[in-house]
Ligand binder design. Structure first.
Ligand code: ADP
Ligand code: MG
Length: 584
């Protein structure tokens, strides 16, 4: 990013004081992030990342950037020494990703670090090794121009921090996420990631944001993507690539935001993108896509957060509005004509006449939200409908199905409406949490699915949950898996294509709308994917079995795991009043 390399210098005391202090090394992914930033600042065009044991054992980042001259190598490992800030006003308009001169020192102090670099124009490479921050003598080495930093035994001397690390598979997922976020913030720099010797990501340098996004977000995204055309605001340039509403996520993690090539998290920006999608996505779903903001570096303060993930904007409200409009225009231009006629059309622009076409009822509501508009219109009791409690069971008679979704039943003299998806989901959820494996259907011939590295990571992390859910998979290699068995439940066979969607959701931590713990959120994800759907045709016999099983659940739950009601009871007295029979 720097036009030409400047020497590394110690920052003056005044500048050091203005730097947002805090821990920059929390986990392997934060090390990878800092090393990637350094390589990018060094004008690398291609960066190779290798990790072992989730990055806890070893991280290596090699670049083809400008390198560090031998005389400055030791300074690179010193705290508050940087080549990136010039003069007392340097902090006011930061043009590089790094600027504090403390990352390498911080990483070196908690690991075995090896820095080998060959500056452009030098004949050989020079190296330094540090153990817990104690730096040894320089040595000569060989490598093409560029820099390699190897970080081994992270937190070897700080057991307390090591204890907070998660299992290697989980840390590895964070590294994958970090590399992908870096790439999508600046796709002109190619990235490769391998873990324990096998390749996870190959993200080629690209000038085309849509193409780059497809590498990370997969074919499902590519098929549904729309371009956010460059908008030249008075102070900002916005560019992006988003998925149409039919491809969405259960959390905000599918949104890749960046400012001037720096990946950031920003609730306000995430919110403005969501607002652009507002009437096209159910409330619990989040848009997927990439958004680039480019603005004058003096108008954005990156020195507010130790890891620089959060930034502050001058006149933020204006930028948010430009963003919302740009995404909205893309969605409108991307057009209803392209939308498939899946049930999700209910949430899309193809149903403009209905202001809110029942999404509250079909989509899981936000946590704590238990009543749907339909329910309140029917003036149901304000407490969650309690249909499945003791006493309701024996005399329950099934009458029929409405719209292949709601079952009509008679309980005593009352009328019951049950949601077939919610009921079956609750049942599967209870089974999974209770450790019971769900039924499986072996496929006659295996179905091949392609998984992104993120999805593959989730697969290895949750392999036992998948097995108990009924999935049977086999790795073929090259990002492809065979699905040999799928969940089969009460007459419904989950399609193999469910697998990548479920994996993406698990990688995000499972259903966010489930208020309980992580295990519950994951079980809820699996249950939801395996459960009977709206539109599935269920044999009466199967309906009976689902009902009986739901009755027998301890605690007589009245909602699905997301808190959506399973059933609605219309008491006889209510019916009588409607039909003007009360008092007769
Ligand atoms: P900062 O990036 O904030 O300057 P770091 O501690 O991360 O601080 O790095 C210190 C210095 O070491 C950088 O300013 C840069 O001059 C040099 N450096 C670090 N990594 C690289 C690299 N991969 N290629 C070239 N120079 C590097
Ligand atoms: Mg740095």
């Amino acid at each position: 990013m720097t036009a030409s390399r400047r020497p590394i210098r110690r920052l003056d005391a005044g500048t050091v004081e203005r730097i947002a202090a805090g821990e920059v090394v929390e986990r392997p992914a934060s090390v990878v992030k800092e090393l990637l930033e350094n390589a990018i600042d060094a004008e690398a065009s291609h960066i190779v990342v290798r990790i072992d044991g989730g990055g806890i054992e070893r991280i290596e980042v090699a670049d083809d950037g400008v390198g560090i001259p031998p005389a400055e190598l030791a300074l690179a490992l010193e705290r508050h020494a940087t080549s990136k800030l010039e003069g007392p006003d340097g902090l006011d308009a930061i043009r590089t990703l790094g600027f504090r001169g403390e990352a390498l020192a911080a990483v070196a102090s908690v690991s075995h670090l090896r820095l080998v670099s060959r500056a452009r124009g030098e004949e050989a490479a020079t190296g330094l090794e540090s153990i817990g921050g104690v730096v040894g003598e320089p040595f000569l080495s060989a490598r093409a121009p560029g820099t390699t930093v190897t970080v081994a035994r992270l937190f070897f001397n700080t057991p307390a921090r090591r204890k907070f690390l998660r299992p290697p598979a989980r840390e590895q997922l964070e590294v994958v996420d970090t590399v992908e976020r870096s790439y999508l913030a600046l796709p002109r720099v190619g990235l490769e990631l391998s873990a324990n010797g096998s390749e996870l990501l190959r993200l080629p340098a690209s000038a085309d944001l849509g193409e780059a996004a497809a590498h990370v977000l997969g074919p499902e995204f590519a098929a549904a993507s729309i371009e956010v055309h460059q908008v030249e605001g008075p102070r900002v340039r916005v560019e992006g690539c988003f998925a149409r509403p039919e491809v969405s996520r259960g959390s905000a993690r599918g949104l890749y935001l960046s400012v001037n090539g720096r990946p950031i998290v920003s609730r306000p920006f995430a919110q403005s993108v969501r607002v652009a999608y507002a009437d096209r996505l159910p409330r619990t779903r989040f848009p997927v896509g990439v958004l680039h903001l480019e603005l004058d570096p003096s108008k954005v303060d990156v020195n507010v957060h130790p890891t620089k993930r959060e930034v502050r904007f001058e006149r933020e409200a204006e930028l948010l509005e430009v963003t919302r409009r740009a995404v909205r225009a893309a969605l409108e231009g991307g057009g209803p004509a392209n939308l498939p006629s899946a049930p999700r059309d209910r949430f899309s622009a193809t149903a403009p006449a209905l202001e809110r076409p029942l999404p509250e009822f079909l989509a899981p509501p936000a946590p704590g939200h238990h009543t749907s508009p339909l329910q309140s219109r029917l003036d149901a009791p304000s407490t969650p409908p309690k249909v499945l409690g003791a006493g309701a069971g024996p005399e329950l008679a099934l009458l029929g199905v409405v719209g292949r979704l709601y079952w009509l039943a008679e309980s005593g003299e009352d009328l019951l409406l049950l949601d077939q998806h919610a009921a079956s989901e609750r049942l599967l959820f209870a089974q999974l949490l209770g450790g019971t494996a769900l039924a499986q259907q072996r496929l006659v011939s295996p179905v091949s699915v392609r998984l992104t590295p993120r999805e593959a990571g989730a697969l290895s992390e949750h392999s036992s949950l998948f097995r108990s859910a009924g999935f049977e998979v086999e790795e073929v290699g090259g990002g492809t898996w065979w699905v040999r068995g799928v969940p089969s439940y009460r007459g419904r066979i989950a399609p193999a294509e469910e697998l990548p969607r479920l994996l993406a959701e698990l990688a995000d931590g499972g259903r966010p709308a489930v208020p309980d713990g992580l295990a519950e959120r994951r079980a809820a994800s699996v249950a939801c994917h395996a459960a009977v759907r709206a539109g599935d045709r269920i044999e009466p016999e199967e309906m009976r079995r689902i009902l009986d099983a739901v009755y027998r659940l301890p605690g007589a739950p009245s909602t699905c795991p997301h808190g959506r009601p399973i059933a609605l009871r219309l008491p006889r007295s209510r019916l009588d009043r409607w039909f003007g029979r009360s008092g007769i």
